[in-house]
Design a protein around this ligand. Structure first.
Ligand SMILES: C[S@@+](CC[C@H](N)C(=O)[O-])C[C@H]1O[C@@H](n2cnc3c(N)ncnc32)[C@H](O)[C@@H]1O
Length: 229
């Protein structure tokens, strides 16, 4: 019988707590993808379609093109969409099972899928990408290593490259939970990308679209550009 979403969330909480205690706070992602046995219903963030706000943001910016990097690509829908509209896409995830799953879902894909960690990215990725897409990644990385992950994102951009971030937005009335996802504050986000120029920062909720979980929670879509001074 399928576990319902509440059961899966409880399971994730436990996995995340165990991983933290074991000193490998991101190890639970592999455990989750592996134990899902290719049932996307067991991956609470799997939309099985590109993120609608990403699609709208890119569609309004036809001048952005070239090499794209999808960070923590999950089941691959954002990467596939970007490749379809003409980007040359590299997509990576810390979980080998998620990357294997992407390759099985899209056997004819020309996306370069690989296992990698944003905390220790391959050196030859630096200054390489015209677009970096980060959807719901920084918010699942514990605070003590989150700054490193954020700083690495800007290293990978070309001059004039764009960074797109989408996630849960921290507001003062939100009670922080001990387990992920942790909503991100605008002040923290802006403090991470001081070498980039903020292009837009928009708060939204998902009440009018198909993003399933917790539709009334505040979220943000924000982008920065690396300016060659
Ligand atoms: C909440 S999911 C979001 C997945 C996808 N971006 C989406 O929107 O559906 C977070 C993803 O980031 C991956 N991840 C977590 N830490 C990572 C890291 N340090 N480097 C690369 N991927 C990571 C996880 O394995 C998981 O697939």
């Amino acid at each position: 019988m399928d576990e319902n979403l509440d059961d899966i969330r409880i399971k994730i909480q436990k996995m995340a707590e165990v991983a933290e205690v074991n000193g490998e706070p991101l190890a639970w992602f592999e455990d989750l993808y592996d134990s899902a046995n290719r049932k996307s219903e067991d991956i609470p963030w799997a939309r099985m379609e590109p993120h609608p706000q990403m699609v709208e943001w890119i569609a309004n910016r036809p001048e952005i093109n070239g090499k794209a990097l999808v960070v923590g690509c999950g089941l691959g829908d954002d990467a596939e969409w970007l490749q379809e509209i003409g980007f040359d896409v590299t997509a990576f995830d810390i979980s080998k099972s998620s990357i294997d799953w992407c390759k099985e879902r899209f056997p004819d894909s020309t996306v370069d899928y690989c296992v990698a960690d944003i905390l220790s990215h391959p050196e030859n990725w630096e200054n390489k990408f015209d677009l970096i897409v980060e959807i719901h990644i920084l918010q699942v990385i514990p605070e003590n290593i989150r700054d490193t992950a954020a700083k690495n994102l800007s290293l990978l951009l070309t001059n004039n490259g764009h960074l797109l971030c989408i996630g849960r937005l921290f507001e003062s009335n939100i009670v922080e939970q001990p387990v992920p996802p942790w909503p991100l504050g605008r002040v923290w986000l802006e403090s991470q990308f001081t070498d980039l120029r903020l292009v837009n920062f928009t708060r939204f909720t998902s009440e009018n679209n198909s993003i399933g979980d917790f539709p009334s929670l505040p979220r943000f879509i924000a982008s920065w550009q690396k300016i060659d001074y």
